[in-house]
Design a protein around this ligand. Structure first.
Ligand SMILES: NC(=O)C1=CN([C@@H]2O[C@H](COP(=O)(O)OP(=O)(O)OC[C@H]3O[C@@H](n4cnc5c(N)ncnc54)[C@H](O)[C@@H]3O)[C@@H](O)[C@H]2O)C=CC1
Ligand SMILES: O=C([O-])CC(=O)C(=O)O
Length: 314
């Protein structure tokens, strides 16, 4: 009998999002985790991994977590999550990070290409639509295996606010956020419901507009509250949900950043759309029917993403 082999998940960047993601992955026993950061931070990275391992007897997980700065340790990873890069501070937009993080994401992808050529890569670093584009070019992997994280988080925020508004369980809220991970993202009210009941029959249009607007600037709300960095608990939970969908071949329908080649009328663009996420990565993209207002909002968001990509591609 051949032994069942554990999955291997690499998380690049051992900062707030990366370390939180590593712990959540291990707590769910989705695989063994390799946490990578730069050589100058090798000891703190090892320290974080060891600290997490020492939580395992208490919490009862058997996943191994290794801290390192050596990419040899990431060899043959099944999934690689990239959180490496700088985060914004109050007064900054995600787009202000583009030049610094493009260099970092490119250099990380060179290593991933060497060490884990069959992996499915999930990108978090901001501005994430553009960074997913950078990763796709640097990796040279099929488009199905290069995925950005924005929509799971944006939708989670949107659903949190709807549940709070109606004082109902978050478990019964369904919603969808399309477009780029910026202030003109498109929460789709028409596709939002609680327990199957459309939200526009339960919440006034003024309150819905306030929820939509709060969702759009949800990242900034946390940045302003934290004062010295950006969100990490909900982003990590979102990365874990995507990783689980891939490693368990769950075929979840999730909003993810995917490479569009004609879908929704956009060519050569990475942006958030609903897709099936399973063992082969992005297995199918759904093209929803949009009203002219929704399409206009999505076009505006697509234009914002394109303008950021132009900064790095010229
Ligand atoms: N797409 C999304 O929904 C979200 C994106 N983000 C983005 O994720 C990124 C990380 O955020 P945090 O973890 O809060 O930042 P952080 O500053 O806490 O951690 C980033 C880590 O990346 C490491 N790093 C830098 N260059 C590296 C390299 N070449 N190789 C390996 N590691 C490297 C740093 O040393 C640091 O430990 C930021 O760009 C942030 O804007 C954060 C939350 C949500
Ligand atoms: O707002 C930020 O800079 C981090 C992020 O993308 C989010 O939390 O949505």
């Amino acid at each position: 009998m051949t032994a069942i082999k554990r999955k291997k998940i690499t998380v690049v960047g051992a900062g707030f999002t990366g370390a939180t993601t590593a712990l959540m992955l291990a707590q769910k026993e989705l695989g063994d985790v390799v946490l990578v950061d730069i050589p100058q931070l090798e000891n703190p990275t090892k320290g974080k991994a060891l600290d997490m391992m020492e939580a395992s007897p208490v919490q009862g997980f058997d996943s191994q977590i290794k801290g390192t700065s050596d990419y040899n340790d990431t060899k043959d990873s099944d999934v690689v999550i990239i959180t490496a890069g700088v985060a914004r501070k109050p007064g900054m937009s995600r787009d202000d990070l583009v030049n610094t993080n493009a260099g970092i994401v490119r250099s990380v992808c060179e290593q991933v290409k060497q060490q884990a050529p069959e992996s499915i890569v999930i990108i978090l670093s901001n501005p994430v639509d553009a960074m997913t584009h950078v990763a796709y070019q640097a990796l040279g992997f099929p488009k199905t295996r290069v995925i950005g994280q924005s929509g799971v988080l944006d939708t989670a925020r949107y659903c949190t606010f709807i549940a709070e508004e109606l004082n109902v369980s978050v478990e019964d809220v369904r919603g969808f956020v399309l477009g780029g991970h910026g202030d003109d993202m498109v929460p789709l009210v028409r596709y939002s419901s609680v327990g199957g009941i459309p939200i526009d029959t339960l919440i006034s249009s003024e309150r819905i507009e306030a929820i939509v607007q709060r969702t759009r600037v949800g990242g900034g709300e946390i940045v302003n509250l934290l004062g010295n960095g950006s969100a990490y608990y909900a982003p990590a939970a979102s990365l874990v949900q995507m990783t689980e969908a891939v490693l368990k071949d769950k075929k979840r329908i999730l909003p993810v950043i995917a490479y569009l080649e004609g879908e929704y009328g956009y060519e050569n663009l990475f942006m958030g759309i609903p897709a099936i996420l399973g063992g082969d990565g992005i297995e199918k993209i759904f093209e929803l029917e949009l009203t002219s207002d929704e399409k206009a909002a999505l076009d505006k968001s697509a234009e914002s993403v394109r303008s950021v990509i132009k900064v790095i591609t010229g």
